[in-house]
Design a protein around this ligand. Structure first.
Ligand code: NAP
Length: 253
């Protein structure tokens, strides 16, 4: 497996913790050089970068708020300078907010969620397409958007705004996949279910996965590494005829 990705570059947004960190670490073991973005937890980002280097690959950890187009542009410029190529983009960075019903959601929260979860990934995909597309002399590439089962389920009484943002990301996946399908770029989406990460604490309920695990057909929550494996399979040549598709990693929910 390792030699297949040797010399390739992967960018994982939100690669400092959770699913993104697991993806960055696994990518390094598969031979990728790894760029990862974060927004506030620099220590966690540097720890992931150190693990990538320990696996014998190059790492670039950079603060780049997905809601800030200028910082995203700087991130891609830094990747150009450090690696000279970009083969895989994993649009993983995403946020929820405190669990609440619709009546209690304020405008600033909705704006922030859509900026980070929808517009950020679209801007990253735009930067990636300019580098990957045959249309611009690129070598092709893969984009993987990390959605959520909530795009199907709607997250009632918890975060309808978050679920709606993931629905938008999925529609973007469908359109973008078709737009660049003849330009060497495959675009797919992974939908995690309930995964053990810090994200649930930011929604106000750190133990959420254990609370809901009986509603999951397999009877357990998922580990970040289980999502990372799906992401990297879609990124690999094993998935060479797969584009515009959605892969649930949910234990059946
Ligand atoms: P997490 O543990 O909370 O980690 C979030 C990551 O995103 C961190 O690396 C964080 O950086 C980064 N991030 C947050 N806001 C950012 C911003 N504005 N700009 C750049 N990076 C930002 O989350 P996770 O559970 O791994 O979730 C990863 C993805 O999976 C998200 O898109 C999420 O919606 C999706 N997902 C998760 C679950 C689940 O159960 N965990 C289920 C379905 C879908 P810092 O370390 O600097 O804060």
């Amino acid at each position: 497996m390792g030699t297949l990705s040797n010399g390739k570059t992967i960018l994982v947004t939100g690669g400092s913790r959770g699913i993104g960190a697991a993806t960055a670490r696994l990518a390094a073991t598969q031979g990728y050089n790894v760029a990862l973005s974060f927004v506030s937890n620099e220590a966690a980002a540097l720890a992931v970068a150190a693990d990538v280097k320990a696996a014998g690959r190059q790492a670039l950890a950079m603060r780049a708020d997905s809601s800030d187009p200028g910082e995203l542009a700087q991130l891609f410029t830094a990747i150009d300078q450090a690696f000279g190529r970009l083969d895989v983009l994993v649009n993983n960075a995403g946020i929820i907010a405190r669990q609440a019903r619709l009546e209690e959601l304020d405008f600033e929260r909705m704006q922030r969620i859509f900026a980070v979860n929808v517009i950020g990934p679209i801007l990253c995909a735009q930067q990636a397409a300019r580098r990957m597309s045959h249309r611009y002399g690129g070598q092709g590439g893969v984009v993987i958007n990390v959605s959520s089962a909530s795009a199907r389920l709607g997250s009632p009484n918890e975060y309808i705004d978050y679920a709606a943002s993931k629905g938008a990301l999925e529609t973007f996946t469908a359109g973008f996949a078709k737009e660049v399908a003849r330009e060497g770029i495959r675009v797919n989406c992974v939908r995690p279910g309930h995964i053990y990460t810090d994200m649930h604490a930011s929604g106000g309920e750190p133990g959420r996965v254990d609370r809901v695990k009986d509603t999951i057909p397999m009877g357990r929550g998922g580990q970040p590494e289980e999502v990372a494996r799906a992401i990297l399979w879609l990124a690999s040549a094993e998935a060479s005829f797969i584009t515009g598709t959605f892969l649930d990693v949910t234990g059946g929910k």
